[in-house]
Write a protein that binds this ligand. Structure first.
Ligand code: GTP
Ligand code: MG
Length: 198
């Protein structure tokens, strides 16, 4: 898919106030600092469309971007670890949950997983929760530049194996990416394009 336009539309913490347009929507979610905002910038070929930071907890709202005037891309705050107060963390979790449960336009969630870390229970639990709520998702492994190519394959097959030991009978679609090396862009955008054309 060629990106012809990518515009920031709005930020908010209330799913009821998200854009009132019936366009297909794709949301990027995962632990704080996993690289959600960086991935969005890489996909859109822009450096500063979504705000990034080395400090976890940078994205704190539901951010809508309109792409090619016909779909929305959504940057979400991280779940799990964040350098914010316990109270704020609960608020994030509630509106993230509400976003996934109530947003009718949502077509697919992309759950980002840092390829350097062992499978984390917070990610596994979040994917299980998506499954329970019948919300389609794909996995995006991030920061693949941090591993050697051979180690990437081993990591991914172990990760999928672990996933299939849990509640899953079938592995979800997955993508291996590196925002710093511009890797995995065509896979993710091609997947979105194929769903948009269905
Ligand atoms: P929150 O908004 O805080 O939840 O974080 P986020 O998931 O949006 O992460 P963000 O994109 O802000 O990136 C976090 C840190 O990881 C930044 O220091 C990025 O430069 C770094 N980073 C993101 N993607 C990559 C990548 O592909 N490779 C490497 N090496 N670093 C990355
Ligand atoms: Mg972010």
């Amino acid at each position: 898919m060629k990106i012809t336009s990518a515009e920031f539309v709005m930020s908010n913490s209330n799913v009821a106030k998200c854009p009132n347009e019936p366009l297909p929507e794709y949301a990027f979610i995962g632990r704080s600092n996993v690289g959600k905002s960086s991935l969005i910038n890489m996909l859109m070929d822009q450096k500063h469309l979504a705000k990034t930071s080395g400090r976890p907890g940078k994205t704190q709202l539901i951010n809508h971007f309109k792409i090619n005037k016909n779909w929305f891309l959504v940057d979400l705050p991280g779940y799990g670890y964040a350098r914010v107060s316990k109270k704020d963390k609960k608020v994030f979790q509630k509106y993230i949950r509400e976003y996934f449960q109530k947003r009718k336009q949502l077509v697919c969630g992309f759950v980002l997983v840092d390829i350097r870390h062992e499978p984390q229970s917070v990610d596994m639990e979040f994917m299980e929760w998506l499954g329970t709520n019948a919300i389609p998702f794909a996995i995006v492994f991030t920061k693949a530049d941090k591993l050697k190519p051979g180690a990437i394959d081993t990591y991914v097959s172990n990760y999928l194996k672990k996933l299939l030991e849990g509640v899953w009978e079938e592995a979800p679609p997955y993508f291996i990416t590196s925002s710093s090396k511009h890797m995995g862009k065509d896979g993710v955008l091609g997947y979105i394009d194929s769903i948009n054309k269905e």
